[in-house]
Design a protein around this ligand. Structure first.
Ligand code: FES
Length: 143
């Protein structure tokens, strides 16, 4: 069996939603300290709905495929749904990732959460802090 699914290869070679949004309502950037890869997500939000989303990823193929798939999964969706998106769901939508590449999908989940949090912070919107990873202590960056 090939290491990467056809869906991964498709999203890696033809990534959706690449780029940035100049007047984004929320921007989130996360990095993995170990591999050095960085992912940035831009959200355009209207009435709690994600009307547009773009990403810039400096990273491996799995991180690019994960960004592409994750942005497709939250586009046109309410923020509440975007916050429920897990890295597992992204990996499943990609028809799986090799075990040693699962952390690449974690970047996508965290970057989206961080962009939503940025939107809440900018607008003084109250939110449940437990919904967001605590960057200082996040095990992911120290793994
Ligand atoms: Fe670092 Fe994929 S190897 S995100």
């Amino acid at each position: 069996m090939a290491l990467y699914s056809e869906v991964v290869m498709d999203h890696f070679t033809h990534p959706r939603n690449v780029g940035f949004i100049e007047d984004a309502d929320g921007v989130g950037q996360v990095g993995n300290a170990k591999c050095g890869d960085i992912m940035k997500i831009y959200l355009k939000i209207e009435n709690d709905m994600i009307v547009d989303v773009k990403f810039e990823t400096f990273g491996c193929g799995s991180a690019i495929a994960s960004s592409s798939m994750a942005t497709e999964m939250i586009k046109g969706k309410p923020l509440s749904e975007a916050l429920k998106l897990t890295n597992k769901a992204v990996a499943e939508a990609l028809s799986g990732l090799p075990a040693h590449k699962m952390h690449c999908s974690v970047l996508a989940e965290e970057a989206i959460k961080s962009a939503v949090k940025d939107y809440y912070d900018r607008n003084g919107i109250e939110y449940d802090h437990t919904q967001f990873p605590d960057c200082e202590n996040c095990a992911h960056c120290h793994e």
